[in-house]
Design a protein around this ligand. Sequence first.
Ligand code: 3MF
Ligand code: MG
Length: 343
Amino acid sequence: MSSGYRFSFGPWNIHEGADPFGPMVRSTVDLADKFKVFKDHGFDAIMLHDDDIVPDIDSKSASQIEDEAKAYRQLLDDQGLVAEIVAPRLWEDARGIDGPLTSNDLAARQWGIDRAKRTADLGDILGTDLLVLWLAREGTYIRESKNALDSHRYLIDSLNAILEHHPKIRIAIEPKPNEPMDQMYIPTIGHVMGLAHETVDPSRVGGLIETAHSQLAGLCPADDMAYALSLNKLWGVHLNDQNGMKYDQDKSFAAANLRTGFNQIRVLEAAGYKDIGMVAFDVKAMRTQKGPATSHLPNSKRIFELLVERVRSFDQNAADQCIANRDYEALELMVMEHLLGAS
Ligand code: 3MF
Ligand code: MG
């Protein structure tokens, strides 16, 4: 039986598996083969960076960009896929080395803003009004290298420039506390909400929560999601998992923390999220998995759907009894037995 959710992932979720101390372990998978994964496993949508749509976007003219974007849209239509989001990839160009949005260099800041504005326009062609802003390099390795007060002002100016440029675009900021930077400026969903309210149109600035990013900040992703949902500001999720405070692992959903996976879905179910947004998996195959490695995506979807069933079949009346009796030990056993299939 279908869970009623709509699912997506990004082309970067099928990757070569290199890590900072090791070789590339798998060969590159062609886009056509990536599309096959969407189709074969019932995914509805794709997440796209600007340069996924138009490679080498900075070297192309406006009309070239428009033509290539229209061709990409046709490719998606042919596959029966829709674009969930568009996102400016601000971290792989030399101009983005210190941000770019909080760079000390005005020209770098302007480059970042222009690229984000153009991404909003690409959304029109690709058919989405949602722009995801992952502030990858907006922070520092060395605190003394930037004036943090200026940095926050620059971030608000950048958001305003995007909002003023495009009358409809909604911006979902994806917070993360570290990696690639030592310390990032907008580390949690709370920071996102504060920033949103300083912009010229707070109604068009919301958040996207990635499980592992909350965990890297030492927070509970389920509670983070509930916080954003309670403010009607959860516009996307990147479900995955993380084994403690270490490098960003992007493990298959709930593969390290089953109960936290269960609790994220409990919150999404309680808020009716399936009618609000899509479930995106920002997962990567294990670095040592031989190629072609694509199962982490359907596996995450399978685990998600199994956990939806566990959430829906949980005996809430019995749980309410435990809560009324303040019998949290009984409640915990109930949860564990249910997760283990013993109820
Ligand atoms: C990094 C991420 C990013 C963002 C993506 C959205 C490359 O930890 O999560 O993945 O999700 O860039 O635009
Ligand atoms: Mg992500």
